[in-house]
Design a protein around this ligand. Structure first.
Ligand code: PMP
Length: 399
């Protein structure tokens, strides 16, 4: 019944954990859910009001496939004014979330066997999207010792004649690692020196606004103008403005690529909702102080969790400078035995043991890095303390 494309989709450990968590909650168990990849804040009020105004004004019809003119103009102002990336409304395309934009970029460019270089740990969907489009993911290994930052030498060694894309996601889901301009410039230098074909670079900037300790956001198209003709800069409103359900993501890049992505979108869903597009324009053009305030809240939560984790022997959690995830190394606990006799053989069993103890996390193997776990701290201080208490007690009971 099913296509070969479908067979490329692996069972997702994230979905498996999310389903097990739902079952546990339905069974009446108390679970602190740290699996979620979305801010726990509401969408800012003025954004919702802009959507209501759009409905009242009859903005309920088809928009251009690449996005309404007012939204694309707001995106141009954002890329030019905020990121220093010159572009026009014709270089921008809008999709149903950054996910659709990324999907279309790979669908438009990958031929079977093309390689996509991505530092691990990586957002799990990259692996599936690349696979569904016939590409081969080549992970660049990183280490907790260097805060999961990919190293330029590793990139240089991984580039081959088959390389089609390099994906950079800073700040990163799942590690929270954000690259400085200097680190990005080192990657740019490797790209310039490569004598293989001119592969493309996808800069996934969706966590741009969630940065800590005064880290300044940098993106490759801003700091490497000579590579702009090869860079697709992807962003969206989901994480910055707590708008995950509105489904608006966007990108700017080489005109031919952006047009090809739009051409594909025309035969999939035409465009995202006209009302969501009006809301997204209001988010981009509106006041940004709430974004900054929320960022401070995330930083406070990161500090709270790291402080609690410092007191848990064997749990090693590097300090991320962005996003809202921690990616602790739990290899010290593998091979131990739970009170019910279960052997904690890998990060998947580790995560299901933690779920039984009332904390839901995602095993690192879902992000291409077994032996680790991802936890999202997009939840209240009280819940974070409760999670840390349960985690400490659960790990204490392993022998
Ligand atoms: N990129 C990364 C790294 C993400 O974590 C996500 C959301 N989990 C997305 C892209 C997609 O976001 P959206 O489709 O909601 O814009």
């Amino acid at each position: 019944m099913f296509s070969t494309t479908l067979s490329k989709l692996r069972p997702s450990p994230i979905q498996v954990m999310a389903e097990q968590t739902r079952q546990a909650v339905r069974a009446g168990r108390s679970v602190v859910d740290m699996t979620l990849g979305e801010p726990d804040f509401p969408t800012p009020e003025h954004v919702g009001e802009a959507a209501v105004r759009a409905i009242a004004a009859g903005q309920t019809r088809y928009t251009p496939i690449n996005g309404s003119v007012p939204l694309r103009e707001a995106i141009v102002r954002k890329f030019q004014g905020h990121n220093g990336i010159p572009c026009t409304a014709a270089d921008v395309t809008v999709g149903c979330g950054a996910k659709q934009v990324i999907y279309q970029a790979f669908l438009a460019t990958l031929t079977p066997g093309d390689e996509v270089l991505i530092p691990a740990p990586y957002w799990a969907s990259y692996a599936d999207i690349v696979g569904m489009n016939g590409g081969v993911l080549r992970a660049l290994e990183t280490s907790p010792d260097t805060g999961y930052a990919a190293q330029p030498q590793a990139l240089a060694a991984a580039i081959t004649a088959r390389t089609k894309w390099l994906v950079l996601n800073s700040p990163s889901n799942p590690s929270g690692t954000a690259y400085t301009a200097e680190q990005l410039l080192a990657f740019a230098e490797v790209v310039r020196r490569s004598h293989h074909r001119d592969f493309l670079i996808l800069s996934d900037d969706i966590y741009e606004h969630i940065l800590f300790d005064g880290t300044r956001f940098a993106t490759l198209a801003e700091i490497a103008p000579d590579l702009r003709h090869r860079i697709l800069t992807v962003n969206g409103v989901s994480k910055a403005y707590a708008m995950t359900g509105w489904r608006v993501g966007y990108a700017c890049g080489p005109r031919a690529l952006v047009e090809a992505m739009t051409k594909i979108q025309m035969q999939i869903n035409s465009h995202t909702s006209s009302v969501s597009q009006a809301a997204a324009a209001a988010a981009l053009d509106g006041p940004q102080d709430e974004v900054r305030r929320r960022c401070q809240v995330f930083q406070h939560r990161r500090d709270l969790l790291l402080e609690r984790f410092a007191g848990i022997h064997g749990l090693r959690a590097p300090r991320p400078n962005g996003a809202f995830y921690l990616f602790p190394d739990v290899r010290a606990f593998l091979g131990r035995t739970a009170p019910d006799g279960r052997m904690i053989s890998d990060d998947v069993v580790f995560a299901s043991y933690l779920l039984d103890e009332g904390v839901a996390v995602v095993p690192g193997s879902g992000f291409g890095m077994p032996g680790f776990i991802r936890l999202s701290y997009a939840t209240s201080d009280d819940r974070l303390h409760l999670a840390a208490d349960r985690l400490a007690a659960a790990l204490e009971r392993l022998s």
